[in-house]
Design a protein around this ligand. Structure first.
Ligand SMILES: Cc1cc2nc3c(=O)[nH]c(=O)nc-3n(C[C@H](O)[C@H](O)[C@H](O)COP(=O)(O)O)c2cc1C
Length: 390
């Protein structure tokens, strides 16, 4: 077993082990992938300020996200088809998150169902909902999440229509994979993945098959999914969803100051500054570059969280120093899961925790809550409101 010291080590193993169709599904952005790449590169443009001769004992990364204790401010983002990256993927990731003391968010488009994940975990997890055209299905989905003990609802607002990702179209992405000459040739090189998949019954979208009208098998499902994202979604519908959910609510996919102000009016507990990992509007700004403007506008009224581009504990440090109260990782945990299952997700979390803790120490900070812009060297014009006319 190679020595794993960073998230990129896990990504290499993940790439070797996982069918191309699912690797490409995760490792892609929409259209030219400009935003997908900016998400990572813009984090790298921020430098850290080293401080010396400060007592570094007794450091802590523990804090709270929406009032929930977390061992570090890093939640697992909702990722569709996680159970195709590794057999029983959602259950394994949820268990790793639970053991580490960070939140796990289950996607509507998961392979393992809400009930199945609840059965295999102890603590409540968070549930991410896509607003779908079938209102009756949507209502029952939220009732199921409640019944399964989910305390927190994450409403994804940035996917009224699906961004175009060229690789998925070319690969004919589906769950389980369609058997074509190309996919069979590729699957033949992924034997451990295939054997584990054969050993589980969880190979379809568990929240949907058997629950949505007229969806009984994979063929029905493809058609259903594509028509279901609701292009008519508006703020009134989000207002109602926030009001109807008896628990905490987070609105995901905010990338604009005006939208952030409108989100505050819904009464939600937090927003996630996110461009969906560069998978929706290519050409949109990176999350880290718009973060300060959104924190300035609403940071005293709502918790501001962030995702998109976080690959290390140093990225977490930078986001927290710019005013975020929590971060999420999507691909970073998928690399771990695809590489080594539950153990790999734990490894991702350990790597990120170590990087965050050590970097905090070298920046002269003992507690994650004390991180602030003075820990950073930020390029001039990094802030979007200073670089562009608003
Ligand atoms: C393969 C993949 C599937 C995703 N599926 C969902 C989803 O079902 N629901 C959702 O709200 N976001 C989804 N996202 C977006 C993530 O929740 C998150 O915003 C994004 O991954 C953050 O960027 P990062 O991967 O650079 O950390 C998905 C992202 C990836 C990479």
């Amino acid at each position: 077993m190679p020595v794993i010291t960073n998230v990129d080590d896990l990504k290499k193993i993940y790439k070797r082990r996982t069918p191309k169709m699912f690797y490409d599904y995760a490792e892609t952005g929409s259209w030219t992938e400009q935003t997908f790449h900016d998400n990572v590169n813009d984090f790298a443009d921020i430098r850290l300020r080293q401080k010396v001769a400060i007592d570094m004992s007794g450091r802590s990364t523990a804090t709270q996200m929406i009032g929930q204790d977390v061992s570090m401010p890093v939640a697992l983002a909702p990722v569709g088809m996680t159970g195709m990256q590794h057999a029983d993927g959602e259950i394994k990731a949820a268990r790793a998150a639970e053991a580490f003391g960070v939140p796990f968010t289950l996607s509507t488009m998961s392979i393992c169902s809400i009930e199945d994940v609840a059965e295999h975990t102890t603590n409540p997890f968070w549930f991410q909902v896509y607003v779908l055209r079938d209102e009756d299905f949507n209502r029952r989905l939220l009732d199921r999440a409640k019944a399964a003990g989910c305390t927190t609802l994450v409403i994804t607002a940035d996917l009224q229509i699906l961004g175009q990702r060229h690789k998925d179209l070319k690969n004919g992405l589906s769950a389980p994979p369609k058997l074509t000459l190309a996919s069979i040739a590729n699957l033949a090189t992924k034997v451990p993945w295939g054997l584990e998949m054969l050993g589980t019954k969880r190979r379809f979208f568990g929240n949907i098959v058997g629950h949505a009208k007229n969806v009984e098998n994979a063929a029905d499902l493809g058609a259903w999914t594509h028509e279901q994202f609701d292009p008519t979604l508006d703020w009134k519908r989000i207002d109602k969803m926030v009001k109807d959910w008896d628990g905490k609510v987070i609105i995901k996919g905010i990338l604009d100051v005006e939208d952030a102000k409108r989100a505050v009016k819904t009464g939600a507990d937090a927003i996630i500054v996110s461009n969906h990992g560069g998978r929706q509007l290519d050409g949109a700004v990176s999350s880290i570059r718009i973060l300060s403007d959104i924190v300035d506008a609403v940071g005293d009224k709502i918790e501001v969280h962030i995702d998109s581009g976080i690959r290390s504990g140093q990225d977490v440090l930078k986001a927290m120093a710019l005013g975020a109260k929590g971060t999420y990782i999507g691909r970073a945990f998928i690399y771990g899961l695809g590489a080594m299952g539950q153990e790999g997700v734990t490894k991702t979390l350990e790597v990120i925790h170590k990087e965050l803790d050590m970097s905090m120490a070298l920046c002269g900070e003992q507690h994650v809550d004390n991180l602030n812009p003075n820990n950073l060297l930020i390029p001039k014009d990094f802030k979007i409101s200073e670089a562009y006319d608003f």
